[in-house]
Design a protein around this ligand. Structure first.
Ligand SMILES: Cc1cc2nc3c(=O)[nH]c(=O)nc-3n(C[C@H](O)[C@H](O)[C@H](O)COP(=O)(O)OP(=O)(O)OC[C@H]3O[C@@H](n4cnc5c(N)ncnc54)[C@H](O)[C@@H]3O)c2cc1C
Ligand SMILES: *[C@@H]1O[C@H](CO)[C@@H](O)[C@H](O)[C@H]1NC(C)=O
Ligand SMILES: *[C@@H]1O[C@H](CO)[C@@H](O)[C@H](O)[C@H]1NC(C)=O
Ligand SMILES: *[C@@H]1O[C@H](CO)[C@@H](O)[C@H](O)[C@H]1NC(C)=O
Ligand SMILES: *[C@@H]1O[C@H](CO)[C@@H](O)[C@H](O)[C@H]1NC(C)=O
Ligand SMILES: *[C@@H]1O[C@H](CO)[C@@H](O)[C@H](O)[C@H]1NC(C)=O
Ligand SMILES: *[C@@H]1O[C@H](CO)[C@@H](O)[C@H](O)[C@H]1NC(C)=O
Ligand SMILES: *[C@@H]1O[C@H](CO)[C@@H](O)[C@H](O)[C@H]1NC(C)=O
Ligand SMILES: *[C@@H]1O[C@H](CO)[C@@H](O)[C@H](O)[C@H]1NC(C)=O
Ligand SMILES: *[C@@H]1O[C@H](CO)[C@@H](O)[C@H](O)[C@H]1NC(C)=O
Ligand SMILES: *[C@@H]1O[C@H](CO)[C@@H](O)[C@H](O)[C@H]1NC(C)=O
Length: 512
């Protein structure tokens, strides 16, 4: 890679060597990038993006004996969407996760283990089990209202939908959206309370409404994550309460194998030029990086926008795949109060007349989480996300408090409030991906396939089984790392993709 400065910019290289051995924490050492090192030149691989997929791809190359690569990221630390932030008034702050906080699915006995869970254990992440379905208080537009029986039935309804999805797969029937599925199976919600319960099963997980969500793909993701008898991990949700942030698991992993001259922080990629000989990547800081291969791990939200220009334009089959999936919205709004006046369960579910209006509440001021913090969060998803993202703090606070005061009429004003803005952030353009009802597995294959044997793709969205989840990003980083190594060692670079996705796309036998 020739690292040619075409305008002003600073190479930021972290000082990693020996850090772990000296007992220096990974976040300290990875943050110490103020010294410019010697510019790396002519590497085999450029890894674009240092989130879960990028770091695991880098580690996989390293394990395969390939260290001639550089990881480039616009940010100044690794972790991608794993972003922690101190929240609260001075003297009463806790570290909250703007992005993922749960490791979804762990391991059942000696069954299939979630690799993210293994990584968390390896690096001693502080976690606590979340009782998402057992510790819930219920509210509706009239105030507290116990519809726990409706909630229990809605859990069963979703399970039923995943079972029927499996039967449809065997019978080679077409996919439909989840609204159609609920309706067809005679389980369509008819009251605001039933809608709220369905929201908790669907929107709160897939970040989009039932009518925007594939029946088949959502059933797979659910099974492969939560249902051991269907090949999944476990139904356990482990929540990070680690003050280092959940990003620690990739930052600590990176310290174990990355060297200072393999990291290029603070460089936003603006264009990627590729052909059958290799790639050239230009950054906003003025770098011209050339390499044999580039791995793109940016979110599909980024790829759907014009933030990064591909030259030549990506082929039709690739652009079709990129645009066939949706980058969904999921925003956690954090509020801090002087005193804690709310439910003592972990979760609160609020049923409004308007579906999706500030519905899912999580008490972080819970004995198992951050007792005494006075912090509660509320999550909005899907089409509500752009709506809350464009509000200023005053407007948002008024809207949120209107709902909280429906639940608790005497609720005081918060002392702090924060809303992460994933949709407008040019590094993400949304929270995570979700398949709609036009989902066909051929699009997932094409999303993860390389172009011209030199331009590679991986990330949560390229995962057929775990799209949206951290384990999807992990396993796809591993998959592509092996493919690139195979290409470099054996010249087997061409990864199968369909030039055109036709009506008769079969679903993979291995998943039936
Ligand atoms: C609010 C929220 C809640 C979530 N909750 C969970 C959860 O509880 N459990 C779970 O398993 N998953 C959850 N997820 C999903 C999880 O965060 C993702 O699946 C995972 O982090 C994706 O990793 P990735 O490596 O594919 O992509 P990313 O983490 O997006 O990594 C891509 C990297 O590319 C960089 N980048 C982007 N554009 C450029 C550019 N132009 N130039 C240079 N660098 C660039 C980014 O900075 C980033 O570091 C959640 C996500 C969000 C947003
Ligand atoms: C960070 O860099 C400074 C300046 O080179 C050095 O003195 C310090 O030891 C480094 N700290 C860590 C944690 O690597
Ligand atoms: C980069 O590598 C090329 C080819 O290997 C070499 O010609 C060039 O001098 C190198 N540049 C630097 C700055 O080392
Ligand atoms: C994790 O904690 C265990 C037990 O306290 C300790 O033995 C181990 O060295 C720690 N591992 C890391 C990576 O810090
Ligand atoms: C709500 O109703 C369920 C079942 O009817 C009951 O078991 C539970 O105790 C009730 N919860 C409260 C807080 O009253
Ligand atoms: C789920 O399916 C079972 C078995 O077919 C049925 O008895 C039950 O009523 C269904 N539950 C819901 C909520 O539809
Ligand atoms: C999901 O798991 C259930 C229970 O094991 C199974 O009956 C069903 O076929 C699976 N669904 C899919 C889509 O694989
Ligand atoms: C990142 O680079 C910009 C210039 O491109 C610079 O102004 C900024 O200080 C850098 N950020 C850090 C954390 O060094
Ligand atoms: C980047 O470098 C390559 C190889 O040195 C060169 O061919 C290309 O013109 C450069 N691009 C820009 C925009 O400077
Ligand atoms: C927030 O938005 C509202 C409605 O647009 C506006 O009236 C108010 O002045 C704004 N407040 C701030 C602090 O910008
Ligand atoms: C919260 O407590 C602080 C310090 O006691 C006080 O100044 C502030 O007015 C209180 N805020 C609210 C909204 O009660």
């Amino acid at each position: 890679m020739s690292l040619i400065r075409v305008s002003v910019g600073t190479v930021l290289l972290s000082l990693l060597a020996g850090a772990a051995a000296q007992g220096i924490t990974a976040s300290q050492s990875l943050a110490n990038f103020t010294q410019a090192g010697v510019a790396p030149n002519n590497t085999k691989v450029l890894i674009l993006g240092g989130g879960m997929a990028g770091i695991i791809a880098a580690r996989t190359l390293h394990e395969q004996g390939i260290d001639d690569f550089v990881v480039v990221d616009a940010k100044t630390e690794f972790g991608g969407r794993m972003i922690q932030k101190p929240f609260g008034v001075t003297g009463r702050q806790i570290v909250v996760e703007m992005g993922p906080s749960w490791i979804q699915g762990t391991q059942d006995g000696d069954g299939n283990a979630n690799p993210v869970w293994e990584l968390a254990q390896k690096h001693n992440l502080s976690v606590v089990e979340s009782d998402l379905y057992g510790s819930v208080s219920f509210f509706d537009y009239t105030g507290p209202s116990n519809y726990s029986d409706t909630f229990t039935a809605s859990i069963e309804a979703f399970t039923n939908a995943t079972v029927v999805a499996g039967q449809r797969l065997h019978e080679n029937k077409v996919d439909m959206d989840l609204r159609s599925a609920y309706s067809y199976l005679g389980m369509a919600p008819t009251t605001p309370q039933e809608e709220a319960c369905q929201y908790y099963q669907v929107d709160f997980v897939y970040a989009q409404s039932p009518s925007q969500t594939s029946w088949l793909a959502s059933a797979w993701k659910h099974n492969f994550t939560y249902v051991p008898e269907a090949g999944g991990y476990s139904d356990v949700h482990m929540m990070s309460i680690d003050p280092r942030g959940i990003a620690w698991i990739v930052q600590a992993e990176a310290v174990d194998f990355l060297k200072t001259n393999q990291i290029l922080y603070n460089q936003t990629v603006t264009s990627i030029h590729y052909d059958q000989n290799g790639v050239t990547v230009l950054t906003a800081g003025g770098y011209n990086l050339t390499a044999e291969h580039a791995l793109v791990t940016f979110s599909v939200g980024v790829l759907q926008n014009t933030d990064v220009v591909f030259q030549p334009t990506l082929p039709d089959w690739k652009r079709e795949a990129i645009n066939s999936i949706e980058m969904a919205g999921y925003n956690k709004i954090f509020l801090q109060f002087n005193d804690t006046f709310w439910f003592d369960t972990e979760m609160g579910l609020y049923a409004d007349l308007q579906r999706g209006r500030f519905p899912v509440w999580q008490s972080l001021d819970h004995p198992d989480f951050f007792p005494g913090s006075g912090v509660i969060s509320v999550t909005v998803t899907g089409d509500q996300s752009p709506y809350v993202e464009q509000m200023n703090t005053t407007q948002l606070q008024n809207e949120v408090m209107e709902v909280l005061r429906t639940m608790y009429p005497d609720a005081p004003d918060p002392v702090d409030i924060h809303i992460p803005t994933w949709g407008t952030n040019a590094l993400y353009r949304g929270a995570y991906s979700n398949w709609g009802a036009s989902f066909v597995p051929g699009h997932v294959e094409n999303l993860g396939a390389n172009v011209d044997n030199h331009l590679w793709f991986a990330g949560e969205a390229t995962s057929l089984k775990y799209f949206g989840f951290l384990q999807g990003a992990y396993l796809e980083g591993q998959r592509v790392g092996k493919e690139i190594a195979d290409c470099i060692y054996h010249g087997s670079c061409s990864v199968a993709h369909e030039a055109t996705i036709t009506n008769a796309q079969p679903y993979p036998n291995s998943l039936q």
